[in-house]
Design a protein around this ligand. Sequence first.
Ligand SMILES: Nc1ncnc2c1ncn2[C@@H]1O[C@H](COP(=O)(O)OP(=O)(O)OP(=O)(O)O)[C@@H](O)[C@H]1O
Ligand SMILES: [Mg+2]
Length: 401
Amino acid sequence: MATTSTATAPTVTYRRPSLYPKQQAAIFSADRYGIIEGSTKCGKTVACIAWILEQAMGGLRGQAFWWISPVYPQAKVAYRRLKRGLPETLYTANESELTITLVNGAILSFKSAEKPDNLYGEDVYAAVLDEATRMREQAWHAIRSTLTATRGPVRIIGNVKGRRNWAYALARRAEGGEPGWTYAKLTAADAIDAGIIASEEIDQAQRQLPESVFRELYFAEPSDDGGNPFGQEAIRACIGDVSGSPPVVYGVDLAKSIDWTVVVGLDETGAVCRFDRYQWPWEETVRRLAQEIGLTPAIVDSTGVGDPIVERLQRELSNVEGYHFSSPSKQRLMEGLAMAIQTGEVRYPQGVIVSELDAFAYEYTRTGVRYSAPEGMHDDCVMALALAVYGRTGAPGVGVW
Ligand SMILES: Nc1ncnc2c1ncn2[C@@H]1O[C@H](COP(=O)(O)OP(=O)(O)OP(=O)(O)O)[C@@H](O)[C@H]1O
Ligand SMILES: [Mg+2]
């Protein structure tokens, strides 16, 4: 008598490790893309290991799921951590390749980001970039390409490490509401609340580490990188509500090819009372500017394509003055803004102005000091604010009129 054996897939009950609510919301959001800035030991890795495992459990035979760490030994640690949490009957592992194949045939691979070129080529169904701030941007580009055909989701996690890096720029865009993205921040305070770390531990770290390092590592607050011309504390000290008083001066930075036209109006105390940011065709821009500015003095960026715009405005409004950006004139303008911020002579609301001020940096180059926003970020709010501050204080001899 023949016996028939029916192969049935084993039924497995999976229980997600218990995550604290903020940790869960940050990593398990419904959005395809997630970027999480976290303090050290706040539970980033644990949550992402659970996330990638769940993605793979929902996958099919042969589908690839990737965990990327900055260097190979870190990838190996994550590989071991995941393996430790899985019953041996549910997977086969390959130590030399750092892969774990689940019973459903989905393959989890643990890789290093050291050679981004090696990350191209495969179709990946979900990926985690752990310690992303320690990876080169090319690694992210490579991973992004592997997720295109599959429309796979990704989680990018890491400590904050200054401002001049791709992960910081990406986090700011996500925080600003980029569609499809979740941004979250997990700090030591969250981890203490959740009972994962003891507050004494944090107090000790604060005593032992330089303040800027401590704030980055435990509170996910970027340090100045030594390159912010305004100073982090000074930037914070000038945050206030939008003023209801009328403007006495406007600063206008005109959109170039990819950025925004930004209009900042200051009242007589130096507080921002008007703030507008838009991308319109030139005709519309000129009309809106003329309407907004009216008879109030205004300093308008006249660099490049700004020149004819300023001329058009000046035909109607005698109170409009052009400001031409050159390396030295920009430097003087920024020094004026830095002075106003450090002496508390200006106030601005929380939001995009503050983000741009935070990210703004200077670099010493062979030809002098270069002021700019980091790659991938804008500086048009900073410029408009600086022009308004300059127009208000009217520092003599500054700028090219
Ligand atoms: N929700 C939680 N409940 C209990 N323990 C947790 C929780 N989340 C994380 N942990 C524990 O806290 C420790 C740190 O977690 P994890 O390694 O994920 O943090 P991390 O943010 O990745 O840290 P690192 O900065 O070292 O990369 C681990 O021992 C982990 O098991
Ligand atoms: Mg970690």
